[in-house]
Design a protein around this ligand. Sequence first.
Ligand code: HEM
Length: 350
Amino acid sequence: MHDNLALRWVMRLSIALVTVLLPQFALGTEDLAKQQAARQITQPLNNAPMWREVRKGENPYQTTQVRGVETNILIQTEGQIWREIRNGPVTIYGGWLLVLVVVALGIFYWWRGRIMLKQPPTGRLVQRFTPWERLVHWGTAISFVVLAITGLTTLFGKYVLLPVFGYTLFSWLATLSKTLHNFVGPLFAVCAIIMFFTFVRDNIWQRGDLQWILSAGGLFTGRHVPSWRFNIAEKFWFWLGVTFLGVAVSATGFILDFSNFGQGRLLMQLSNVVHAVGALLFIALAFGHIYLGTIGMEGAYESMRNGHVDEAWVKEHHEYWYNEVASQSRTAGGVPSTAPASAMKEGWKT
Ligand code: HEM
């Protein structure tokens, strides 16, 4: 009996409320409708106020059939901002950064030339990288280069490649790039993590590193500056490149690659910008590393190609490390720390 009474009162109250509010709303919407009608005369088809409302998500009638993270969001304002940032500063300044780094390396090579050994090779070899370290290095390096080429194709392809290849060929290339990028991305992330644990031990700050910084490693003077297994420039590449940018690009890459964890468009857009900026900085840094690891310095490439370098090379570039390895092998009562090239075949190593 009581329930019925209560229900009746509720109903009465809500009818009263509706009766009071509806006219207001009707009034509000009425005003809106009048304004709209007037605007259709002065500016035919201009529904700007309504779309402004929709953009703010305030229009009571806006709905979407898609249900999920962004239910009822018809216009995602940040999307426009993202497009302007990605196609604007990221593409323009990122592109110029890469061009400038290549030009700077070209000028440095023209001015300084290949850094050659000052002392003649002794023919005695030191093992600089173990087979495992080289496997990890090339696994990371090759996946990085594939990602760099496919990523740059996605970012700059329509400006640089499309005019050359035309729509059909370019669309094939762009699709292939994107697919390769999505599959090689996770592989790079795994390699980079293994690389971190493989090389971190020799990338900590050590005595003499400051001296190396202050004399820029003798790169501009040609003077000899001793260093440990890795000089501070390599340590900088390890911490800023491999570690910091490696984590930033891989983490955002996973968010973009596996977009089925309820990510909204804003998170995807932010990840895309961080990913692109991180990757452009990483590639710019890698240009320096690859330059020194190929044409820039005599003997460097061989150290990562077959793991051994000449004794003279180690003394000249990594003297503290050479002394450390030599004293270790002497105390171990082993043969002198270096062995003739022929010994390599017998598998001598420090
Ligand atoms: C084609 C590309 C590359 C070439 C030719 C190259 C070449 C080299 C060479 C020659 C060394 C030995 C330098 C020395 O003896 O001190 C080296 C070391 C190293 N490379 Fe690369 N590299 C390349 C790409 C990469 C990439 C993409 C990464 C990481 C994302 C990487 C990470 C390292 C690390 C961590 C070391 C050990 C030195 C350190 O820990 O700082 N390399 N590389």
